[in-house]
Ligand binder design. Structure first.
Ligand SMILES: NC(=O)c1ccc[n+]([C@@H]2O[C@H](COP(=O)([O-])OP(=O)(O)OC[C@H]3O[C@@H](n4cnc5c(N)ncnc54)[C@H](O)[C@@H]3O)[C@@H](O)[C@H]2O)c1
Length: 320
């Protein structure tokens, strides 16, 4: 197999994006080691062919033996919710920044060939214009956005100072299967699916006209693997990984279907959309999954694509 003998470490590999990345790496023939403390991840989501280490990235000593002999490190472990970081700024900082430093140190000591950091579009915060270009001045408006921004700079500094080949990918609103619909920090698409499944109204924050650049998890996984294998990056570059098309939350509610109720707005940027020219230029990456198709897939997965009575079912997208 193409990548036989190559080893990848995935931190956060029991989580939403990480578990998809682990599956794809295994599919491509990599030996995969997962580091996750299961704070949010689920053991049953971890591909059984991966070697699983239930370790906290705040525990520096535990990381080094796991990194030994690894070719690539994909660093996804984080406490990745904006509201959580507002409610718990110290804990979020210790994991998102302190933990990232530990993972970088262990990757450097192991001499890995590439460190791929999961950064975030939340580093942009509120900007005067869209699309967001990487050279724009970052203005995070949450502790989480700041943590992810600091992580990028740490990765770049490790590349410059210690010669660790690093690259940061700024994801924009990732969605797809395994998105966690539970808890106060659930992301909007998962929350809508759960509400519809439970026969509740969909709760939209503010006027619902805020826009987001929803990006499918398969596209994000592909960007990670390109970033690890590409000869064009490794000097701490920052690259947007976003679909490049923004959509209102109202439109997402329409795609999921069902009645809507408006609830008070949160502190969040009004608009977000990625400029994806750099991803194309450096990685040859372009998104492949349209949001309409991605949401349809989820509706099917959740058994919500048809409305049935006693006699028949009408499937909204039957001819798709
Ligand atoms: N989902 C998105 O829309 C999005 C957008 C931008 C960036 N990101 C970044 O992508 C990465 C993955 O996000 P996700 O959406 O899959 O979230 P997730 O919560 O599903 O995954 C994060 C994983 O990290 C693990 N983790 C948390 N604290 C840990 C610790 N101290 N030690 C070890 N493991 C720990 C969790 O158990 C979880 O499995 C994060 O770094 C996040 O900041 C996600």
């Amino acid at each position: 197999m193409a990548n036989e003998g190559k080893c990848a470490v995935v931190t956060g590999g029991a989580g939403f994006i990480g578990s998809h990345l682990v599956d794809e790496l295994i599919q491509r023939g990599y030996d995969v080691r997962v580091i996750d403390n299961l704070a949010a991840g689920k053991k049953e989501q971890v591909n059984p062919k991966a070697e699983f280490h239930q370790v906290d990235i705040r525990d520096k000593e535990a990381l080094s033996p796991i990194m030994k002999g690894a070719d690539y490190v994909f660093h996804l472990a984080a406490l990745p919710r904006v509201q959580f970081s507002i409610d718990n700024p110290e804990e979020a900082d210790a994991v998102n920044i302190g933990g990232t430093l530990n993972v970088l140190l262990a990757a450097k000591d192991a001499g890995v060939k590439r460190f791929v950091y999961s950064a975030s579009g939340s580093a942009y915060g509120e900007q005067q214009e869209v699309p967001f270009r990487e050279e724009m001045h970052a203005r995070p408006i949450s502790p989480y956005g700041l943590h992810k921004y600091v992580g990028e700079h740490y990765a770049r500094v490790f590349s410059v100072v210690y010669g660790l080949p690093a690259v940061s990918l700024r994801y924009f609103n990732v969605y797809g299967s395994r998105l966690d619909p539970t808890g106060p920090y659930a992301l909007v698409i998962a929350k809508f699916l759960q509400q519809r499944k439970d026969g509740q109204v969909l709760t939209v924050t503010g006027d619902g006209e805020q826009t987001r650049d929803f990006t499918h998890v398969r596209d994000v996984v592909r960007a990670n693997i390109l970033a690890a294998e590409s000869g064009n990056v490794g000097a701490g570059e920052v690259i947007n990984v976003g679909a490049g098309r923004n959509m209102t939350v109202n439109r997402i509610a329409e795609l999921v279907g069902g009645e809507v109720e408006y609830v008070p707005a949160r502190l969040e940027p009004r608009h977000a959309r990625a400029d994806r020219s750099r991803a194309k230029e450096l990685l040859g990456w372009e998104p492949e999954v349209l949001i309409e198709k991605g949401v349809l897939e989820l509706l099917r997965e959740w058994g919500l694509d048809c409305i049935c009575d006693d006699k028949k079912c009408v499937c909204a997208f039957a001819d798709d």
